[in-house]
Design a protein around this ligand. Structure first.
Ligand SMILES: Nc1ncnc2c1ncn2[C@@H]1O[C@H](COP(=O)(O)OP(=O)(O)O)[C@@H](O)[C@H]1O
Ligand SMILES: N[C@@H](CC(=O)OP(=O)(O)O)C(=O)O
Length: 431
């Protein structure tokens, strides 16, 4: 049975977690064909910080961060392999040398290209270590460079998949030697072999790409939560797990910011009716959440999504003019160019409100450009609450004690923007 599994950064954050992963795969009733793995723990954040220091010409900051990352990875290798660590340590050292060389080549070039040549090493390192560990613990394994499988355009940091080329490469993959394929999430390459990445948290998407192109029977995403809940269980005390939902409902939740699954991961599965299971990494035998074409259970209970760190922009034409389609087109085009996502868009006769969560590097120039053409009011440090399938009473109860700064709604989705300071800490879903 062709099954694909994916393990995120939280599932391989250190030596104990990697040992657990080995036991999980050894005990699982059906051996998957392929396992997609992210960078260990917060490695991608650390690589972004390294890139930032390097590009700013802060050589000692870059060197210190590189040394820390190198040490952290080598410590995991030592903890796993003990006296047998040398061959794996050499491979890890070689990857760090390659990272450093590529940094020197690209440091003064375009940032997105430099980003992809640097940040890809998180996954190259983690899969090197995990694959060696699985092999050492008796699971026949084949390390596979995902850049030889997933073909994209050259849109660095948010590359677009060439489905025909990727399918052709994946269909050529050897499947008959009984070896478990261990490959990287998040990374890919152009047809001529230049490394690209699929966007932050894109490993769920990588796993869905593999499942789609291999015609897998199932994709399983192993997470640090038991499944998809009706609100983030880390923030909402009484959140409950959803046993089942449809691809369409899952896309809505992911799009609105339910972080547990990447929004792009659903469409490739839906197109081939490949069922998806979200499972607990620590309790893999628990049922988890099933996602497929069946819509019968959608909307049975309300689902809440809280996104923090939001900025609300209200744009008004200067001359008492309409916020007509041409102006909306201009404004939304600016968002597309800046690569920013609006979690809420609401238009009035002379106003367009946008709720954005963007890195200041991208947000600030955009706001400055808008100010040239519109009267702009801006509020930072906000929270956007999205409620799916809730009623007015629930929305009011959730809003109690919180000033509503903007809102919109339709038959199944309501959104409200609150000051971030009123939304910190733990929440309860009102009865
Ligand atoms: N509705 C939700 N249900 C379950 N988890 C959620 C939900 N919304 C947010 N999360 C968060 O998603 C996290 C898991 O997703 P993520 O960290 O992206 O996984 P990965 O290990 O694949 O990187 C959980 O730790 C949880 O806090
Ligand atoms: N390592 C990448 C890709 C990814 O998906 O990671 P995770 O599965 O840990 O969210 C990132 O952090 O963006």
């Amino acid at each position: 049975m062709t099954q694909v599994f994916k393990f995120g950064g939280a599932s391989i954050r250190g030596a104990d977690a990697i040992r657990h992963l080995g036991r999980l795969l050894a005990d699982f009733p059906e051996r998957p064909l392929a396992v997609v793995i992210s960078a260990m723990g917060q490695t991608t954040d650390a690589l972004e910080a390294l890139l930032g220091g390097g590009r700013a010409g802060e050589a000692s900051d870059y060197r210190n961060r590189l040394a820390t990352l190198r040490r952290d990875h080598l410590d995991v290798v030592d903890a796993l392999f003990g006296s047998e660590a040398a061959p794996v340590s050499r491979r890890v050292e070689a990857l760090f040398d390659e990272l450093d060389a590529l940094h020197r080549t690209h440091a003064n070039g375009e940032r997105p290209l430099h980003y992809d040549q640097t940040v890809c090493f998180g996954e190259l390192l983690s899969t090197t270590i995990v694959s060696a560990w699985l092999e050492a613990s008796g699971i026949a394994t084949r390390w596979q460079d995902a850049r030889e499988l997933v073909v994209t355009d050259a849109c660095h940091q948010a590359a677009n998949v060439d489905w025909a080329a990727t399918t052709e490469r994946l269909q050529r993959l050897r499947r008959d030697d009984g070896r478990l394929l261990v490959t990287q999430g998040f990374i890919a390459s152009t047809p001529d072999g230049v490394t690209t990445t699929l966007g932050r948290e894109g490993s769920d998407y990588s796993a869905a790409i593999l499942a789609h192109c291999l015609d897998a029977e199932r994709l399983t995403l192993c997470k640090d939560v038991p499944g998809l809940f009706n609100a983030d269980p880390r923030r909402f005390d009484n959140a409950v797990q959803l046993d089942h939902l449809s691809y369409a409902e899952a896309i809505e939740l992911a799009w609105h910011g339910a972080k547990v699954i990447h929004p792009k991961a659903l469409a490739p599965l839906q197109r081939k009716a490949i069922p998806l299971t979200l499972r607990s990494f620590t309790q893999p035998r628990a049922p988890g959440t099933a996602i497929d074409a069946d819509t019968r259970h959608d909307g049975e209970i309300p689902v809440l999504i809280l996104r923090e760190g939001q900025t609300l922009l209200e744009l008004r034409p200067r001359d008492f003019a309409f916020m007509d389609e041409a102006r909306q087109h201009h404004i939304l085009g600016g968002l597309v160019e800046a690569g920013l996502h609006a979690g809420m868009i609401d238009a009035g006769a002379m106003r367009l409100s946008l709720c954005l969560d963007g890195h200041p590097d991208y947000l600030e120039p955009l706001v400055a450009a808008f100010r040239a053409d519109y009267r702009v009011t801006r509020r930072d440090d906000l929270a956007l609450l999205t409620v799916r399938h809730g009623d007015a009473a629930l929305l009011e109860a959730l809003s109690e004690g919180r000033e509503c700064l903007a809102e919109r709604g339709n038959a199944d989705t309501a959104q409200r923007v609150f000051p971030g300071t009123r939304c910190r800490g733990r929440w309860r879903i009102p009865n």
